[in-house]
Design a protein around this ligand. Structure first.
Ligand code: HEM
Length: 300
């Protein structure tokens, strides 16, 4: 697994080993000293990028567990019960695992920041390596061009990740931030809070959730494909087989991502979105919460 990640980080393909001559013994030179691979504690030494890549990868395990619970309670359970009120207790049940004071930072907040910032840090370190390799790292010109030159390519997965940030932040702000600021918690917020928004503001709700689910599900599916070494770029075969395998992988991963998005949308749009407006004071409270959304709140 660790070896795979090293190769993956470097974007390398596996090649047949080519024998090399032992330069030192041929030239009667003293053999070069073996590089030191362990520290005083006997632990292996790795580069900062090595550690950051692992933080970027393993932080997604916690978030994936949260996503699995969330898709279950906001889509699969409503699909099975075909009723918003019957599905509510299941949402409350799993909240304990991701919304309690101890669980929320461990399950959602810290992994999310760790994942995004480790990715950005890797990008800066790689950029600086490139500047050293291909330019004069300490020149005035290099410093001046920090924002424009030597940056690693932004993969499609990363592009989806960057688009996911504002969508997820917006979703968290509406469902956790606003209720917390105004009511000290989101115990009043449940599936019927979402049904209410769809009933009163269908266009913006469909648009927002379509973007959130589409971008999120494709990022997560392609992300997992990368961790498992299954993306088209990670095909190791050569020759005619290579293009065929790359195409096949591209279709399979996109198919899985579309199925994941479709599953989440089926319960959310098919059942939760059709739950209708919340009656009485609950509905008034929901309206007040939605009106606190910056800019859009004016029209809600
Ligand atoms: C839950 C499972 C997730 C998985 C499996 C996952 C997987 C990945 C992978 C594999 C990359 C590296 C892409 C590459 O190097 O080409 C990546 C990058 C990224 N992810 Fe995620 N991710 C997940 C969740 C999230 C979440 C919740 C967010 C945002 C809030 C996010 C935002 C990002 C961003 C911004 C990048 C780009 C970092 C960079 O390239 O500098 N990801 N993700």
């Amino acid at each position: 697994m660790a070896d795979d990640l090293d190769k993956l980080e470097a974007g390398l393909h596996e090649l047949e080993p080519i024998p090399t001559h032992d330069q030192a013994s041929r030239n009667d030179e003293a053999p070069t000293k073996e590089p030191k691979r362990t520290n005083v504690l006997g632990l292996s030494q790795h580069s900062a990028i090595w550690y950051l890549a692992r933080i970027q990868k393993y932080s997604t395990y916690a978030f994936s567990a949260f996503a699995a619970m969330h898709v279950t309670t906001t889509s699969i359970v409503p699909l099975v019960t075909q009723s918003v009120p019957t599905s509510e207790p299941y949402l409350l049940l799993t909240r304990e695992y991701y919304q309690s004071p101890a669980a929320e930072p461990l399950m959602v907040i810290i992994p999310m920041y760790a994942h995004v910032f480790s990715g950005l840090a890797i990008r800066v370190l790689r950029r600086n390596h490139n500047a050293k390799r291909y330019g004069d790292a300490y020149s005035k010109e290099n410093k001046a061009s920090f924002l424009t030159k030597f940056w690693p390519r932004v993969s499609t997965i990363s592009k989806l990740g960057f688009q996911f940030i504002p969508l997820l932040m917006g979703h968290m702000f509406i469902n956790r931030g606003i209720p917390r600021m105004t009511q000290g918690g989101s115990s009043n917020v449940n599936l019927s809070y979402v049904s209410h928004a769809f009933a009163k503001h269908p266009a913006i709700s469909f648009f927002g959730f379509t973007a959130l689910l589409g971008v999120g599900c494709f990022h997560i599916t392609w992300g997992w494909a990368k961790w498992l070494g299954w993306t088209p770029e990670q095909v190791t075969s050569t020759g005619a087989q290579r293009e065929l395998q790359k195409n096949r992988r591209w279709y399979i991963i996109n198919g899985l991502a579309a199925a994941f998005t479709g599953l989440w949308m089926a319960g959310s749009f098919g059942v939760v979105a059709r739950g209708g407006e919340a009656p009485g004071w609950v509905g008034i409270q929901y309206d007040e919460l939605y009106q606190m959304i910056p800019i859009l709140g004016k029209w809600m």
